[in-house]
Structure formats: C-alpha cells, structure tokens
Design a protein around this ligand. Structure first.
Ligand code: GDP
Ligand code: MG
Length: 446
C-alpha cells in the first residue's frame, strides 16, 4: 500500500494550484488506507470530504510538489482531528482532577477491552508521577473473581483497593468507595466497572446509575485498538448514555493500525488521553496525535516527505534572508524569523546536541545564560514592537522601550539587551557585506 500511495503522490508533480482531479486521485488512495487501518466508514467519508474541501485550489508552495502538498494537508488534518500536535505532555495521566478530593474517575467499556488493567496502570501513574493517594474499587459483580483481579493488581501496584463485600450491588460499592475515600483522605477514587461482550441495555443502565450516584469527574471509555467498524457504535452508545470525557485506547502494542482512535475521537469529540501498550502495569503512554496519525496512514515515508517539504520552504526563507544580507538590509523582522527558526529546529539545546565538539560551547552558553527560554522572550519582545519599529529600530527610545517591555512581559534591561544584540549583529552583517560574495562564502554563509 505504501508504494501504491507513493506512486499516486509521485504522479502529482505539476506545479500551480491543486486541481480537483489531483486531489480526487490522491484521496481515493487515502480512503483505502484509512479503511485498511480500520477507521469506520462514516468517519472516513467525513474525513475525506473535509480534506477535499481544504485541498482543492490550494496554492502549491514553490519548491514543493502538489503531491507533497496533498500529503501535508492529509497529515495535518488527521493530526488536527486526533487532537492537535503536542496536545499533551508525557509525564502524567492528562486526567482532569481539578475537584474536591476524593475525585471519582470511572472506567467504562466492553468486556475484555482492558478496563481493569488500565485501572491499575492509571493508579500507578497517579501515585508515582502525580503523587496522588489512590483508591481503586471494582464494581464488576458479574464476572467471577473480577473483584479479586483488581485486588491482586492493587497489591502488585502498591495501590489500595476497597475491601470486597460479597453480594453488594455496583452502586452501593461506588458509594462506599467514595465514603471510604473521603474518610481516609484519598485524592482519587478509580471505579472499574463491569463490561459486556456487546452493548446492551442492562450494562448501560448499570453504568448510568453509578454515574448518577457518584458524578465522576472523568468517565474514561476504554477500547481495544483492534475495534474496527464497531468503534462508532460503542463510542456513540457510551457517550450518549453516560457521557464520555476521555478515551483510553488499549493493545496499541499489537498489529492494529489504530483506526479506532480516529473513529472514537470523531464520534465523541472527546480526547484520547492514554494508550495501553502492553499487559504490564507500566505499559501506558501519553497520546501523541502525530504518531498515531502516521500509524493510521501507514506511511512513514510520506511523513518524511512532508518534513522534507517543510525543510525546503525553510531553505527558501534562508536564501531570501541571505539575499537581503547581501544588500546590507537586515531588520528586526529578520532577527525574529531567525530566532523562530531556531526554536522550530527543536530549540537551542537540541541544536547544540547536533553540533560537533559542543560540550564546551554548551557550557559557555550556559554561563552566558543563553537558553531556549531566553530565545522565546526575545521573540516576544520583537513581537511587541510595531512594524515601523521593527524596520527602523533607531526610533525605539525610552518610552517605547517601556511599552515594549510591558507588552512582552519582559523588562526594559532585556529590551535594551536585545536592541544591543541587534545593533552588533547589523554591524557584523555590514562588515561581512563589505567583504563581498567571496567573503560571504568564507564566513560560512550561503
Ligand atoms: P476488562 O474486561 O475490560 O477489565 O479487561 P482486562 O483489563 O481484564 O484485560 C483483558 C486482557 O487484555 C488481559 O489479559 C490484559 O492483560 C490484556 N490487556 C489489557 N490492556 C492491554 C494492552 O494495552 N496490551 C496488551 N497486549 N494486552 C492488554
Ligand atoms: Mg475487568
């Protein structure tokens, strides 16, 4: 499939605006790729429609092929639909626990989807990384030994579980868990509910009743990544009946391409919060829309194509800047652009890691307190200037410096320092310019 896609994208090499036919041809293949990744049909249709609307007529960037352009649109749209890039950090659980403790969190889903396992994994993470005191309670009174299963997990995880009272109905267990949680000073109460092999009314009624009783802060739908066309029904049923606040996708360690992530996200509009990537208690990962997007599309080569396309654009920008330098024109807009490129490339520290012989330089930069945070502040300072000030920095006198400092949340000395740096850089640029073209090459500039 990968090569088939590359073929189609490869064919679209003309330049100009994307024609309907270009987009149509590429999207036929995208449609197949999504279906093969087990994205539910209605979701596929909707997605393809959205991308078509966006793509047709879009200007193809110079130095980028129309094929690459379509790839970028497809990829971006997928990431966007999955929840946007960099939506979440890696450290914690990403759960909303902003309520008076004990905060109830309920896990729902079909039988065997991984609720009990995920309950243990989340408890461990809350305990170890978010320093929460967690109580787990199993409301699964249907499956024999389900409550014991959670108790064993709790022992392994070093997390407390609610003592089992034989014959107690689910709602009563949930209430007792909350009372115990309050009395014994727990921060979070995780409620592991029972599942069924398929959606049925008795299951929904039971879960809805528990929800009414404890009003969970989060209701997490736990779903197997292998869930195919059924994902829409499962997500819809749970969301309508009990109101899902987030999704935990399990068995992402298997062969599944993860189409269920897109289906469930599209149907519920709720974020995918965590991924289960194994049976062990630590096999839990934060959700990265960009990674899952490329897994669903199943085309790592296309993603790198997109990246290369972006690099091409950056190279063009660099060329433009070089031409400006040759003419001896360099203003604060150019400086801001350079700083932004620096952060885009992964920040100074990343960049430093790539350079040869840098430990010493790194130390020097540390001593000079040049770090990523500072670069961001510098960008903020320049952003707080007017267009005229950026082009003619000499007009920036005391009162303007005060305004700029206030506007960027920095200080006047910082603004002064930036202007001094800019003045030094301009002087250097002028000197380089005097050396002429040969000199430029010698100075290592393009
Ligand atoms: P429940 O019925 O929803 O509570 O599901 P369980 O938590 O009991 O899990 C059912 C089975 O799936 C168990 O054998 C788990 O070890 C396994 N399982 C759960 N999550 C994952 C996962 O992320 N990856 C893998 N490979 N197995 C998992
Ligand atoms: Mg269970």
């Amino acid at each position: 499939l990968q090569s088939r896609l590359s073929d189609v994208f490869g064919k679209l090499t003309r330049r100009g605006a994307l024609s309907e036919a270009d987009v149509q041809a590429a999207l036929r293949e995208v449609r197949v790729a999504l279906l093969e990744a087990d994205v539910a049909l209605p979701v596929v249709k909707d997605f393809v429609e959205r991308v078509r609307d966006k793509a047709v007529g879009q200007e193809v960037l110079r130095s980028v092929t129309p094929g690459q352009q379509v790839v970028k649109i497809v990829n971006d749209e997928l990431v966007e639909m999955l929840g946007g890039a960099g939506a979440q950090g890696d450290s914690g659980t990403g759960l909303d626990l902003a309520a008076t403790p004990p905060v109830p969190v309920m896990l729902v889903g079909l039988q065997g989807s991984g609720k009990t396992t995920s309950c243990g994994k989340i408890a461990v993470r809350l305990k170890d990384r978010e320093r929460k005191k967690v109580l787990m309670a199993s409301l699964d009174v249907r499956r024999p030994a389900a409550q014991q299963q959670l108790a064993v997990l709790g022992q392994q995880a070093g997390v407390a579980t609610l003592p089992i009272v034989p014959g107690e109905p689910p709602v009563a267990i949930a209430r007792r868990a909350m009372t115990t949680g309050a009395l014994e000073g727990y921060d979070v109460v995780l409620l592991d509910t029972a599942g069924r092999l398929a959606i049925d009314e008795a299951l929904m009624a039971e879960v809805a009743e528990v929800r009414e009783a404890v009003k969970p802060r989060e209701t997490l739908l736990v779903a197997d990544a292998m869930t195919g066309q059924d994902a829409v029904n499962v997500a819809q049923a749970f969301n309508e009946r009990v109101g899902v606040t987030g999704i935990v996708l399990t068995r992402v360690d298997g062969d599944a391409r993860g189409g269920a992530a897109l289906s469930m996200r599209a149907v519920t509009g709720r974020p995918i919060k965590l991924l289960g990537v194994g049976e062990k208690l630590d096999a839990l990962e934060a959700f990265h829309p960009d990674r899952v997007a490329s897994r669903i599309l199943g085309m790592g080569d296309i993603v790198s194509l997109v990246e290369r396309a972006a690099e091409t654009i950056e190279a063009e920008e660099a060329e433009k800047l070089a031409r400006k330098l040759e003419k001896g024109k360099f203003d604060l807009d150019d400086m801001a652009q350079q700083l932004r490129q620096l952060t885009k490339m992964g920040g100074l520290s990343q960049l430093m890691n790539l350079l040869p012989g840098t430990p010493k330089i790194q130390q020097q930069m540390k001593n000079a307190k040049i770090d990523d945070k500072m670069v961001k502040r510098q960008i903020a300072i320049i952003s707080s200037m007017t267009a005229q000030e950026r082009r003619h920095p000499e007009v920036i006198k005391a009162s303007r410096r005060q305004r700029i400092a206030a506007g960027s949340g920095t200080s006047v000395p910082e603004v002064n320092k930036l202007l001094k740096q800019f003045a030094d850089a301009s002087k250097m640029m002028k000197r380089v310019q005097k050396l002429g073209k040969k000199g430029l090459a010698r100075a290592g500039l393009p």
